[in-house]
Write a protein that binds this ligand. Structure first.
Ligand code: HEM
Length: 466
């Protein structure tokens, strides 16, 4: 069977590649081309499944099943915590030896790097120390928008938002003194990676083989990674021998350089004492991957969420007026800024953000993969190891049986007495009180987004970095 797999898989991939390329050339639009590719992929999956190789994907749209599978313990047939093989560049290029938080298999490495991010950087007590950096980024954003407005052309608010957000995260990662041109170069490479990301899906299976078939893509990936290493590694090296300065907000890169993770190969057979000794530092590849993840995962979904919220505000002048009224009442009509300590009191603003996140989740899908040790049961049947389980977020949040007029942008539903009251608490706990999940823009269960509000917070306006 193993021999058959080694022979069959590359051959089939090659066939599918050739066939789909021929057909793609005649596809009238990119959308049609994408639909054909998806159809080819499903056909391949069905074929492999028929041959007894691989498992078909499963889609879960029921809100009770979503809760049980992601949040409940194994006894209830759920709580699996791994994702399908990652296509993030560091994992693909290192043949799955270098992981970031997102791509790491559930285990000691994932625990160590995730705990480092949540406790050293995103914990509210730490986040408070980035207040000055946030104010600088916000000042820069407002000045940029004003400049565009004054020049009389179209105001590209989304670009300004993304730039400001990336700049803030770069300051939290590498410090505020990094040259602006270098930060822009990092943002450009990150942007190229985001644009290129879907193209990387072909490397999810057997990258050694698919890398040969899709040579141009592979070369581009290597080039983007080289650019990242060229910009990140000198900044990382500069922090290795730093003198710690009292009272300085910790930089993400410092916490990573100082971090020790268990050396899993050496530790597997060791005693507890030996295990402690067999800790290692993160490799350069891991450091670049983790910094890139921090900048990318922190920028894109937040910028996209703000874009959707603004699009809805443009369409709804009544919502704009209500927001203005609430803000004026809280800080006065002449105030230049809304201070962070006021944000938590702005209930209507909170409702607008929650409704934006519900109606337009910016990450389309939460993904899990059943591992051999998992006991995941769906519709009374145990899912076999290897099954990829998809949770489509927009379907979940637009469920007619859970929300009234789910396709309407209606912030009021998140005000006191509304059907979404308290949903912010559920987002944090990822556990609806009735054992259901009605929306999960930040995912759910053990792999829930660490970038969302801290566990003690119940308000969407307390997003850590805006
Ligand atoms: C509006 C803003 C954001 C949205 C909508 C968002 C959404 C998500 C979603 C849906 C997931 C997958 C969760 C799952 O599989 O259950 C995720 C994972 C992740 N996010 Fe976010 N995110 C946001 C901001 C951030 C920020 C600011 C950071 C860090 C600076 C961040 C870092 C991560 C990381 C590291 C993971 C992987 C977690 C793991 O595998 O343990 N995100 N995010």
């Amino acid at each position: 069977m193993q021999d058959a797999l080694i022979f069959l898989l590359p051959l089939t991939l090659l066939l599918v590649h050739i066939v789909s390329r021929l057909r793609l050339r005649h596809a009238p639009t990119r959308k049609a081309a994408y639909a054909r590719l998806t159809a080819a992929r499903s056909a391949l999956q069905r074929m492999l499944h028929t041959l007894g190789l691989g498992q078909p994907d499963v889609y879960v749209t029921d809100r009770f099943a979503t809760h049980r599978l992601l949040v409940h313990g194994a006894a209830a047939g759920g709580a699996f915590s791994d994702r399908p093989p990652s296509i993030v560049p560091s994992a693909v290029l290192s043949r799955r030896r270098h992981y970031n938080i997102n791509s790491a298999p559930y285990g000691p490495l994932w625990r160590a790097v995730r705990r480092n991010l949540t406790s050293e950087i995103l914990h509210p007590s730490r986040l408070r120390r980035y207040g000055p950096a946030r104010r600088r980024a916000l000042g820069g954003l407002v000045a940029d928008l004003d400049r565009q407005r004054a020049s009389g052309g179209v105001v590209l608010a989304v670009e300004s938002l993304r730039e400001a957000k990336f700049g803030l995260l770069a300051a939290m990662c590498f410090g505020g003194g990094v040259d602006a041109g270098l930060v822009r170069a990092m943002a450009d490479t990150q942007d190229d990676l985001v644009q290129f990301f879907l193209g990387l899906r072909v490397f999810a299976t057997l990258p050694a083989v698919t890398g040969l078939i899709y040579r141009n893509r592979w070369r581009k990936l290597v080039e983007l990674r080289r650019q990242q290493e060229q910009t990140y590694l000198p900044l990382i090296d500069a922090r290795r021998d730093r003198a710690s300065r009292h009272g300085e907000a910790p930089l993400y890169v410092d916490t990573l350089v100082d971090l020790r993770v268990s050396d899993e190969h050496a530790a597997s057979a060791g005693t507890r004492r030996r295990r402690r000794r067999q800790q290692r530092r993160l490799t350069d590849g891991e450091l670049v991957g983790l910094c890139s993840e921090f900048l990318g995962a922190g920028t894109e979904p937040a910028a996209a969420a703000l874009q959707w919220i603004m699009a809805n505000l443009v369409k709804r002048s009544d919502v704009q007026r209500a927001l203005r009224k609430e803000i004026d009442a809280a800080v006065g009509a002449d105030a230049d800024e809304v201070r962070e300590e006021v944000l938590g009191r702005l209930e209507y603003l909170n409702a607008v953000i929650m409704e934006g996140l519900r109606l337009h989740p910016t990450v389309p899908m939460v993904l899990r993969q059943v591992m051999a040790e998992d006991h995941v049961v769906l519709d009374g049947r145990r899912l076999p190891a290897g099954t990829a389980v998809h949770f489509p977020l927009a379907r979940l949040a637009r469920d007619k049986t859970a929300w009234a007029d789910p396709r309407e942008f209606r912030p009021e539903r998140f005000l006191a007495g509304g059907e979404g009251e308290g949903e912010g608490v559920n987002l944090v706990a990822a556990a609806g009180s009735a054992g259901e999940i009605r929306m999960m823009p930040f995912g759910g269960g053990r792999r829930i987004c660490p970038g969302m509000a801290s566990p003690c917070s119940t308000s969407a306006t307390s997003w850590p970095t805006w």
